[in-house]
Design a protein around this ligand. Structure first.
Ligand SMILES: [Zn+2]
Length: 162
């Protein structure tokens, strides 16, 4: 495993629609391990492959609650959304900014595991927010595109980087 370098806005890879994964091989498994390690090293709660410069539809999420733990998902697609939440968000690729973003409060996301097995996750609250943030990364969307207000946190402690 290895900690990868997190690319920062305005790196163009963050704006590319990421490619669907079709090969479930050892390279993918290594990518997922590296992404988890990189996320934990940066104190993040989620990471999308474009954030380490790899334009593939792969995400990892761990919001730090024991129930959900680490979720690795390949080719995630949000298939249900309902309700609404407005709350603060940050991003490991935009280190000095947070913003208030309106998101669905409950989602269902379908995807595949590292070996290609389909699975789905139902998420509410902060976990639902993290998934929506990471899936946006796969479509070239950053939270600053959606935020109703953006604030500079360079003088304060960063929180909730994704
Ligand atoms: Zn992010």
């Amino acid at each position: 495993m290895a900690i990868r370098i997190i690319v920062k806005d305005p790196d163009p890879v963050l704006r590319e629609p990421a490619k669907e994964v079709t090969k479930f091989n050892s390279n993918l498994q290594k990518l997922l391990k590296d992404m988890a390690e990189t996320m934990y090293d940066a104190d993040g709660v989620g990471l999308a492959a474009p954030q380490i410069g790899i334009s593939k539809r792969v995400i990892v999420v761990d919001i730090g609650d024991e129930e959900s733990g680490l979720i690795e998902m390949v080719n995630p697609v949000i298939v249900e959304q309902e309700g609404e939440q407005l709350g603060p968000e940050g991003c490991l690729s935009i280190p000095n900014l947070n913003g208030d973003v309106r998101r669905a409060d409950r989602i269902v996301v379908n995807g595949q595991s590292a070996d290609g097995t389909p699975f789905s996750v139902e998420a509410t609250g902060f976990l639902a927010r993290a998934f929506q943030h990471e899936v946006d990364h796969l479509n070239g969307i950053l939270f600053t595109d959606l935020a109703e207000s953006v604030y500079d946190i360079s003088e304060r402690q960063r929180k909730g980087g994704e």
